[in-house]
Design a protein around this ligand. Structure first.
Ligand code: FES
Length: 161
């Protein structure tokens, strides 16, 4: 598979290099995650550095990271030239807190998978102790004990964990 050695790639070259279909590239462009210019024939042209953005989108999708979070992280990157290492370090700092929160949720899930997660099912032995009569529903919907940070109803804090 041949890819242009220039700094400008056609959509076919980007698709071959990244494995991302053209329709998805168009979608990412509409979402402001990547940018293109047009050549004389009105065809999309991708700066080579967009490959890095697209690769990060692929990884983020695998990890279940919302594209909106990625867009916020990319918002500080220059759109008209290749980001410098300092640019990427700035993005990394912005994104780090979100990744740490996500990691904490995954760790909580790993630890709580066999215990009560506060979802209202009351199907585990631990539910009677950790979520008696589904009292955690007062803290909000969903698996209350897996939220990060955990949702707290101060009036019942003493009954948690
Ligand atoms: S696991 Fe669902 S309420 Fe305990």
């Amino acid at each position: 598979m041949q890819v242009s050695s220039t700094d400008h790639l056609t959509i076919g070259e980007v698709t071959r290099r990244t494995g991302v279909p053209a329709s998805a590239l168009h979608f990412y462009e509409r979402k402001g995650l990547i940018f293109t210019t047009r050549n004389g024939g009105n065809q999309r042209i991708y700066e080579r550095h967009m490959l890095r953005r697209i690769s990060l989108i692929i990884v983020a999708k695998r990890l279940g990271i919302p594209l909106a979070d990625l867009a916020a992280a990319f918002a500080t990157l220059p759109g008209d030239h290749a980001p410098t290492q300092e640019d990427w370090q700035r993005v990394s700092r912005t994104w780090k807190r979100q990744l740490q929160e996500r990691r904490q949720i995954l760790e909580n899930l790993e630890h709580e998978l066999t215990g009560c997660i506060g979802c209202g099912c009351l199907s585990m032995k631990a539910c009677a102790l950790l979520n008696p009569y589904d009292t955690l529903q007062e803290d909000g919907p969903g698996p209350v004990r897996l939220q990060d940070p955990p949702r707290r109803n101060p009036s019942r804090r003493a009954t948690r964990r």
